[in-house]
Design a protein around this ligand. Structure first.
Ligand SMILES: N[C@@H](CCC(=O)N[C@@H](CS)C(=O)NCC(=O)O)C(=O)O
Length: 185
């Protein structure tokens, strides 16, 4: 969501939520998002949660520059990648992230199997990137669903196999984008 805001140059103000202090499970926050997760946005009177839903709203409200396509087949493929990235890469990466931050501890074997799952997903991504700069040829939500964590793989304790050359080049390309600078990690 922060990447989409930056790509579209939409001004926004952060409202800090201390996850460690479990502020996201307090009644004031649950009134905004019954799931008790971040991110949540407020746009005038509208409050929205879930980054996929938020990104769809941002796209409709601020169509330029586009982060998806105008035609239904490619829009559907972008959504498919978002779903794949969220389930098979970002969520596992989040578990490692919160483990390393000490917010919640997982067993070492769990962390290892999560890391293996992420690498399996990246092997699939590597094939899809063959001959392409981005998953859907230009930068879209498909890439955004991996970007914030794939650029810090090393900090998550995951070493990218040498063979995944397309993913390696994609990571370098992602790192150069202004929208991916200064994300909170
Ligand atoms: N599908 C949701 C997932 C949100 C989510 O799991 N957020 C994490 C942080 S990235 C969170 O709030 N975790 C705290 C918790 O679940 O207690 C989205 O994309 O917004």
């Amino acid at each position: 969501m922060r990447i989409a805001l930056a790509e579209k140059k939409i001004p926004w103000e952060p409202i800090p939520v201390n996850l460690r202090a479990r502020e996201h499970k307090r009644p004031e926050f649950l009134a905004l998002n019954p799931n008790g997760t971040v991110p949540v946005i407020r746009d005038d009177d509208l409050v929205l949660y879930d980054s996929t839903i938020i990104n769809e709203y941002l796209e409709e409200r601020h169509p330029k520059p586009p982060l998806t396509f105008p035609d239904p087949p490619r829009r559907a493929k972008v959504r498919q990648w978002e779903d794949f990235g969220d389930n098979n890469f970002l969520r596992p990466a989040e578990n490692i992230f919160i483990h390393l931050k000490g917010w919640r501890r997982f067993e070492e074997e769990q962390i290892q199997s999560v890391g293996e799952k992420m690498l399996e997903s990246l092997a699939y991504v590597d094939k899809a990137l063959e001959g392409r700069e981005y998953l859907m040829d230009r930068f879209t939500y498909a890439d955004i669903s991996f970007a914030p964590r794939v650029i810090i793989l090393d900090r998550l304790g995951i070493s990218l196999p040498q063979g995944l050359v397309n993913v390696r080049a994609w990571i370098e390309r992602l790192r150069e984008r202004a929208s991916l600078q200064n994300l909170e990690h």
